[in-house]
Write a protein that binds this ligand. Structure first.
Ligand SMILES: O=P(O)(O)OC[C@H]1O[C@H](OP(=O)(O)OP(=O)(O)O)[C@H](O)[C@@H]1O
Ligand SMILES: Nc1nc2[nH]cnc2c(=O)[nH]1
Length: 185
């Protein structure tokens, strides 16, 4: 399928900036301080959830000044579309999670199905503790579990389709430095 790059550029030009790069970076620094308080002595295993968690995890890791191991897992529900479906495990965690303190780092808590499934997977694999960190929590009443929250949350956004800071629009604009909302969504 050929992609219309003029459309991709137009989407960025017409989007609303919800958070600037500076606001995103400041939220990540605050989260890093909270995460450090909780996990500095726990020798944690920190997982980025691909693809969306890549940018946030990369920035966050450089603010964590204590011994940790970092890795990735790849689970997806949206496959470059704007609506969620079944969870599809591309790459489950490769490490032995038994008795480990695990931190899952992802870009967004939307309906929460993705993180719920990942947390259950890690618990079933024997982790001592599974904590979650997301850059953005989307505000609406469609969470998989009513009142569902992550252990560490950077920003709260309105109920619109967003991209930037790791989040995509049709596979593009994960590289945009702030957080943007699609026009009309
Ligand atoms: O809370 P939920 O409604 O389950 O949605 C959140 C998930 O959706 C996105 O992943 P996606 O499946 O789009 O894959 P990607 O990370 O490769 O963009 C995002 O990165 C989260 O992992
Ligand atoms: N890019 C992107 N991915 C998502 N996954 C779940 N919600 C969203 C969203 O608003 N934007």
């Amino acid at each position: 399928m050929s992609i219309d790059l003029d459309h991709i550029r137009q989407v960025f030009d017409e989007a609303d900036c919800l958070f600037t790069r500076e606001q995103v970076d400041s939220a990540i620094e605050h989260m890093a301080a909270d995460i450090s308080e909780t996990l500095a002595e726990k020798n944690p295993l920190v997982f980025a959830v691909m693809n969306g968690g890549l940018v946030f995890a990369g920035k966050l890791l450089t603010h964590l000044h204590f011994p940790l191991e970092s890795s990735y897992m790849h689970a997806t529900r949206y496959r470059n579309t704007t609506r969620g479906g079944e969870l599809d495990w591309k790459v489950p965690p490769a490490q032995d999670l038994k008795d480990r303190h695990v931190l899952i780092v992802d870009d967004i808590l939307d309906e929460g199905h993705t993180l719920s499934a990942i947390v259950e997977h890690c618990k079933a694999a024997g982790a001592a503790e599974v904590l979650t960190a997301v850059l953005v929590d989307k505000k609406h009443d469609r969470k998989a579990h009513p009142g569902q929250k992550c252990d560490f949350t950077g920003l709260i956004c309105e109920d619109r389709y967003i991209f930037g800071s790791g989040m995509d629009y049709q596979g593009y604009w994960r590289n945009a430095p702030g957080i943007y909302a699609l026009k009309g969504h």
